[in-house]
Design a protein around this ligand. Structure first.
Ligand SMILES: [Zn+2]
Length: 423
């Protein structure tokens, strides 16, 4: 039993790298986003569907669980809202600090960095031991390049396609060189699905796709990339740049949003097996399937077990599905996925509580599953501890080339790693 306590302690207290999350809100913007508080932590629904999510089990569980964070009982939604508002008003920094306990480093999408309502990347650094790193969303990069094309004066001998093409490739290349950017993310899943063609269309087809994209927006409203040839091209070019980077020793993976529960995603297109031709073609580029690829976790595990360039990130369903569902995801991911291919991410966004709920629920589910495997003699304690450290810290540290050491006080290190009791 003593060994199990060491395992439990390690799972609960070893620092983690949060490999996929988004910016926190500024204190003055919290009220504006109050209706999304907890709703968006526990559901990906929108509008009326989001209101109905309040009757869902994950929402009820999260409401009760927040009592631990706030230090005051939360029996229902009004209790949680009132405790949340009081904490924000009296000690927002303290709430962030408490919510990010155990988080050594954050890897944030760059999508919200320029929003007025959200905190800058640098602000997050003051709450973690190691600096915040960035992930560049490639569709946003393309949309920004298209906006520049639409605003620029057209030279008589220059094609619109070539103009866009060069701007996008330059933007990817400068992200490859930026030491604060540790990878890319694609939301192609919710645009045209994960069935990305590994081979590029011809220039005439791509130019037509760009024209349709330009026609569907304005310089005032902006442009959305959702035409298949151009969506596929953006992914292909990013993977080419990543593959080339690998040859010169730069490792930056491409994360794929797998569209968990998003109302704009066609579920059939979100199955990661759709990515197989692309994974084969760009075998030198590392790819991360976000959100546990839920509900296709086992399919994602199959891919990761045979393709050394595929990783599975376990964030997303924490705290969005029930406790049993979360444990099942960890069990299903361990069925086949090599344990050096599993990553943790909170998928936290805006409210500090989204980070806290995800981290607490994940560590509890991981502890439950690993302890169970040790009790059934499927794993030794030391093996289970290695798996926990890999998932929480080491795999992300290596994949995103962070070169961090776990931030554990020297006097706590032996106890946490179980070295004292093993001598
Ligand atoms: Zn996400």
């Amino acid at each position: 039993m003593e060994n199990l306590d060491i395992l439990r302690n390690l799972v609960q207290s070893h620092p983690h790298i949060d490999s996929h999350a988004q910016n926190l809100l500024k204190k003055e913007s919290i009220d504006e986003y109050l209706d999304k508080f907890l709703g968006h932590s526990t559901s990906k629904a929108n509008g009326i569907a989001l209101l109905k999510a309040r009757t869902g089990f994950p929402f009820m569980r999260a409401t009760r669980q927040l009592s631990e964070l706030y230090g005051s009982p939360c029996a229902d939604w009004p209790d949680a809202i009132s405790a949340h508002s009081e904490f924000v008003n009296t000690d927002y920094e303290g709430l962030i600090r408490r919510s990010l306990v155990g988080t050594q480093a954050l890897i944030l999408d760059d999508l919200f960095d320029e929003y007025e309502e959200t905190e800058s990347f640098n602000l997050h650094d003051s709450f973690t031991a190691s600096p915040t790193k960035r992930i560049v969303q490639i569709e946003a990069l393309a949309e920004s390049a298209i906006l520049q094309v639409a605003k620029s004066e057209r030279k008589p001998d220059e094609s619109v396609w070539n103009n866009f093409r060069q701007r996008f490739l330059d933007a990817v290349s400068s992200a490859m060189e930026d030491p604060n950017v540790v990878g890319f993310k694609s939301v192609v899943c919710s645009r045209t699905g994960l069935g990305v063609d590994p081979y590029s269309s011809d220039d005439t087809t791509l130019a037509g796709s760009l024209v349709r994209t330009l026609d569907s927006g304005t310089t005032r409203s902006g442009f959305t990339v959702e035409d298949k040839p151009i969506c596929d091209w953006i992914v292909q070019q990013t993977l080419k740049a990543i593959s080339l980077g690998r040859y010169s020793g730069v490792g930056k993976p491409l994360q794929f949003d797998t569209g968990f529960g998003d109302d704009s995603t066609v579920l059939e297109g979100a199955n990661p097996t759709n990515l197989q031709p692309l994974i084969d073609k760009y075998s030198n580029a590392d790819m991360v399937l976000l959100h546990s690829a839920y509900p296709f976790t086992r399919e994602a595990g199959c891919l990761a077990s045979v393709h050394p360039n595929v990783y599975l990130s376990l964030g997303g369903p924490f705290p969005m599905i029930s406790r049993e569902g979360q444990e099942k995801i960890i069990r299903e991911s361990l069925e086949l996925t090599p344990t050096n291919r599993l990553l943790w991410s909170s998928d936290g966004r805006f409210h500090p509580e989204t980070f806290w709920l995800a981290n607490v629920q994940f560590r509890r589910a991981l502890e439950m599953v690993l302890v169970d495997y040790v009790q059934h003699d499927d794993l030794g304690v030391r093996q289970a501890m290695d798996i926990a450290v890999n998932i929480l810290f080491s795999n992300a540290n290596q994949l995103y080339s962070l070169n961090l050491s776990p931030n554990i006080a020297p006097e706590a290190r032996d106890e946490m790693m179980g070295n004292t009791s093993r001598t």
